[in-house]
Design a protein around this ligand. Structure first.
Ligand code: 5GP
Length: 342
């Protein structure tokens, strides 16, 4: 539906390597035919489901395909242009810096390359404001988390506002948030914004309770926080008290089977409460979706009017990590575009 594509949108939860589209995957495969990676191995098609564990296997395949600065530059520029073509006006991309000894890729050059891609798109006049969040993979533990915070801090100070904060992601069944708390605390103290994946699986209630005391600036998924999903009122109270926006990814949660049906998605509980809830894609490549589709899906599942959808995309502006001046620019853009969209 053209309304959803033309609707100006804010994307706040997009993992770089999960966002790689089929055409870009084809280019990567042709660069590395010796890996013998098939086209079907990197995306979950319509109607298909995987366990969360199988989803994490998919990322390992993509990481094999994206292991040089050249790959990262191509992947990041393609992903940015695809979001822009889908009507996304402001994007916070997140990615886990990786070191690859055999190609000379370092965590520092990884981040520099993503920044280079953002600058290239800007200089080409692509109509999207892109920022970067450095991701910590929870699997890698305390020490790597600390190093990542240091790296993110250096880039925050040197990237002209392009690096805004940190993401905590990775397989939620591995590792424990308490081991990462000192690193996250340090990040917060030096002014990095925090977006944390919380309660993606049911067993994380204690961890979420601990991490909510930081408090984070945004929550990824938060699927099992609400009592209706098996969480607790105490957790909801903390989220509400600190007014922490949720990044909600419908297709990702249904395809990854942490939510049984679209109509069961926790979006409905938080949206009904009037709590800041931002529709996002998570991994548009892996889950074969885009942000327009996610808005359309939310609208059809929860019976939202076009005005309500407009307000949903507009209110996401208040949840971005960039400063108030950027929020004002975006709000003006929404005003300018409204007559064109309706
Ligand atoms: P990258 O950080 O390499 O750009 O993007 C892929 C990585 O993002 C995955 O290896 C994983 O750490 C993280 N990721 C992507 N999607 C999800 C998700 O749905 N849940 C969690 N917890 N992590 C994810």
């Amino acid at each position: 539906d053209v309304f959803y594509r033309e609707l100006p949108k804010v994307e706040l939860h997009a993992h770089l390597n999960g966002s790689v589209s089929c055409p870009t995957i084809e280019k990567l495969i042709s660069r590395k035919p010796q890996l013998n990676i098939g086209h079907g191995m990197t995306a979950i098609g319509k109607g298909q489901r995987r366990t969360l564990d199988e989803c994490f296997q998919v990322f390992k395949v993509i990481h094999q395909l994206v292991d040089t600065e050249e790959d990262i530059l191509m992947v990041a520029t393609d992903v940015i242009k695809e979001f822009a073509a889908d009507g996304v006006k402001y994007l916070e991309l997140r990615s886990t810096p990786r070191e690859e000894k055999h190609t000379g890729l370092t965590k520092k050059s990884y981040i520099e390359t993503v920044i280079e891609a953002i600058k290239q798109c800007k200089s080409e006049g692509v109509d999207i404001d892109v920022r970067f969040l450095v991701a910590i993979d929870r699997r890698n533990g305390t020490e790597v988390a600390m190093e990542t915070v240091k790296l993110a801090e250096d880039f925050m100070l040197s990237s002209d506002g392009l690096v805004l904060g940190l993401d905590l992601s990775g397989d939620p069944t591995v590792g424990h948030g308490k081991d990462l708390l000192p690193a996250l605390q340090k990040a917060k103290n030096c002014g990095l914004k925090l977006s944390l994946h919380l309660s993606e699986v049911p067993s994380q209630l204690e961890e979420s309770d601990l991490l909510l005391d930081l408090p984070p600036d945004r929550i990824g998924h938060g699927t099992f926080l609400h009592p209706a999903m098996g969480g607790s009122q105490g957790l909801v109270d903390k989220v509400v008290k600190h007014n922490i926006p949720l990044e909600l990814c419908l297709t990702s949660n249904v395809k990854g089977q942490t939510v049984a049906r679209y109509s069961d998605h926790h979006f409905k509980h938080w949206y009904q409460m009037g709590h800041p809830s931002v529709i996002c894609t998570d991994d548009k490549g892996v889950f074969s979706t885009d942000l327009s589709q996610e808005y359309q899906l939310a609208a059809s599942t929860f019976d939202l009017s076009r005005e309500a959808v407009w307000k949903l995309s507009h209110d996401a502006i208040d949840c971005i990590f960039a400063p108030d001046t950027v929020k004002q620019q975006l709000k003006q853009k929404w005003i300018d575009l409204k007559p064109h969209v309706f």
